[in-house]
Ligand binder design. Sequence first.
Ligand code: FAD
Length: 477
Amino acid sequence: MNTALVWLRRDLRLYDHAALYHASKAAQKVVLVFIFDTDILADLPRADRRVAFIWASLHELKTTLESHGSSLIVRHGRALDLIPQLAVEFDASAVFCNRDYEPAAIARDTQVADQLQRDGRMLHSYKDQVIFECDEVLTQAGKPFSVFTPYKNAWLKRLTPFYLLAYPVRTLAFAALPVQTMINLAELGFEADSLADSPIKTGNDGAMRTWQDFQTRIAHYQDTRNFPAIKGPSYLSVHLRFGTLSIRQLASYAYHHGGAGAETWLSELIWREFYQQILWHHPQLAAGRAYKADFDTLVWPNPAGHFAAWCEARTGYPLIDAAMRQLNQTGYMHNRLRMVTAAFLVKDLHVDWRLGEAYFAQHLIDFDLAANNGGWQWSASTGCDAQPWFRIFNPITQSEKFDPDGKFIKRYVPELSALPAKYIHAPWLLTLTQQNLFNVRIGVDYPAPLVDHACARKLTLALYDLGNEGDKLERLI
Ligand SMILES: Cc1cc2nc3c(=O)[nH]c(=O)nc-3n(C[C@H](O)[C@H](O)[C@H](O)COP(=O)(O)OP(=O)(O)OC[C@H]3O[C@@H](n4cnc5c(N)ncnc54)[C@H](O)[C@@H]3O)c2cc1C
């Protein structure tokens, strides 16, 4: 083959890259392309950190390609139309890409493959963003797993060093191209500075720096990962989302490093694949269906004002409000807090989990349909969880346990910065004298709690018990 096109999507890097490896083996010249797909961009807010992240990462990638005498072709439009057109323009015999398992991406890729085939060309797709995909890890009965721990055990049993091998990239295969001009964010219709205040580092360079930093901390991961005030997790989710580093590189390191920290972290990478295969086997989840179909008919009360107060960090529960401000201000939220805020929205505020899922989808820089849906359904007890629905987090106990000194709360809710730790988790219990002493008037400087947890808990138990008769509960609230 003379020329092949490599269509980049969730794999914005130039090393250990399955599609690039196969393309550079099959063709003498490889042209790399990226499409800012209007079918995806149309629904995004104009200040979108993800688009800014992608743009900066592509810019870095293009500069690297130019140092090899090549460049990156970036276009704006419908991938459905542009990929077949670019194949004609570059006289490429085939298009190579890495597989994406989201239902909409599968549908798009099928259409692109059909068009290419009509033109006498092929679309070749490869596993790249996971160690095990689709139905590579199944139960002994050949069924998909629905519980994490047996999935993880089967995943680990299947793992051999072969699956962790890197796909080397032959840079000599990059087609000689003149330097390309790249459409800017304003031309794409997006704000240019949405990452300006963000600590997130973009591109492969940012990914490597974040990864190297985490390697110095990985040994303590199991002890630190649950405490949002501490630098415990890796902060690599955005890089895994957009493929600015390779999953094989990370999994291989964690697997060979050993020790409790690396083992626990490898488990998190396996959670990622667990949810990816769940979505692949159950594409109806992308259309808002509950994993446990019984819960599809559950009627959510959605009391007036509850959802807006949660989004705007006005619930009166300091840990919840701090977490929502972290999300709104940075595009990231700590995993423990994702669990606590999601559970709070559903089980304390009685709001349909799909609204929370959509809010996270819009604001998370690492938004991933499979992980987000999995996390929300887990939190709402409608998903893959061995725990029954009557497990309900207590937001005050969670706050005392995981932010004992209130350090995280004070970082994002400075209104409460004068409060001693013992009062910060439930400030509504302060007497008026204490409120004056600590300079925070509940209901004025900081909201009174939107709900009483003990009452909310009882209503939740009744709601889940009533199932599709939940409208009876709505009348009670
Ligand atoms: C309600 C809810 C929504 C979530 N939405 C997303 C999302 O949109 N995108 C996303 O990447 N993660 C999501 N998660 C999972 C998890 O919270 C994030 O992956 C993690 O907080 C990212 O931070 P980190 O990279 O520092 O994580 P680390 O603790 O360093 O974990 C390493 C990597 O493992 C993967 N991972 C960790 N936990 C999970 C998990 N529970 N499910 C799937 N993958 C996991 C991620 O790729 C993460 O980057 C969600 C969790 C919940 C409870």
